[in-house]
Design a protein around this ligand. Structure first.
Ligand SMILES: Nc1ncnc2c1ncn2[C@@H]1O[C@H](COP(=O)(O)OP(=O)(O)OP(=O)(O)O)[C@@H](O)[C@H]1O
Ligand SMILES: [Mg+2]
Length: 226
């Protein structure tokens, strides 16, 4: 049996605003195997981003447990989680959060620099990833000098250079036109298939969800496998 890289059990999340309590997640069970590509679909406001943030340890659940790469996130220190984020898993936000005054190369290598890795050790591999994502001639560009698709690919390159086991993506094609969205999806499917990276992707698009090996739907605060 394939190894489980992510296992979430009975995840509940309620937001309290004044006297109003909103129960967004009402007991989600969710697991991802090594090398799997899971798409999370569901209506706007159904809790997809909330779930993804909890699975990636960015937000904490009101109840329930998340085991990511063999560790119960609730029992990890901030430092341990930060180290895992630099080495074992990564996150691509819907609206890329590239650092505006850093070049493409500097943005992409940021997690490696933060991890105090030597440039001589990672340079060739970073170059390979940038070529693979069609960014080799954009190394010195600033994010604002890139197209939307190039910015999104830069964010994916940054998520990939650390050789993670899992990448979480929140609407990675949300801000792209149809053709650029398709290109990014082809790339993600290739990354999953040929590099064996498990992907957990939130998407509005049924067509893009079809690239995944498993589709789950958020409905009424729980997930149903499609
Ligand atoms: N920090 C917060 N405080 C209060 N309510 C929140 C907070 N974050 C999310 N919510 C509420 O939780 C619900 C789910 O939000 P979430 O962002 O997870 O939905 P989504 O499925 O990702 O939607 P979309 O497809 O529009 O991105 C929404 O009703 C939202 O208003
Ligand atoms: Mg969302």
């Amino acid at each position: 049996m394939a190894d489980v890289v992510l296992k979430a059990q009975n995840i509940k999340k309620s937001f309290v605003m004044g006297e109003v309590i909103t129960d967004v997640l009402k007991g989600v069970d969710f697991s991802v195997n090594e090398g799997e590509f899971v798409a999370i679909v569901g209506e706007s406001g159904s809790g997809k981003s909330t779930l993804l943030y909890i699975l990636a340890g960015i937000d904490t659940p009101t109840e329930g447990t998340v085991e990511l790469l063999g560790k119960n996130i609730a029992n990890t220190t901030d430092e341990e989680l930060a180290a895992m984020r630099r080495r074992e898993f990564s996150f691509v936000y819907q609206f890329d959060n590239l650092v505006p005054n850093l070049t493409v190369y500097e943005n992409v290598t940021l997690p490696l620099v933060l991890d105090k890795r030597k440039e001589s050790e990672y340079k060739a591999q970073v170059q390979e990833v940038l070529e693979y994502l069609g960014l080799a001639d954009r190394l010195k560009s600033l994010p604002r000098q890139l197209s939307g698709g190039e910015q999104q690919r830069t964010a994916i390159a940054r998520a990939l250079v650390t050789n993670p086991k899992v990448i979480f993506l929140d609407e990675p094609t949300g801000s792209l036109d149809k053709e650029r969205g398709r290109q990014v999806m082809e790339l993600l499917a290739d990354i999953n298939k040929n590099r064996g990276v498990a992907l957990v992707m939130v998407t509005h698009s049924q067509a893009h969800a079809e690239y995944a090996t498993k589709i789950v739907r958020m409905e009424d605060g729980v997930v149903a496998q499609c």
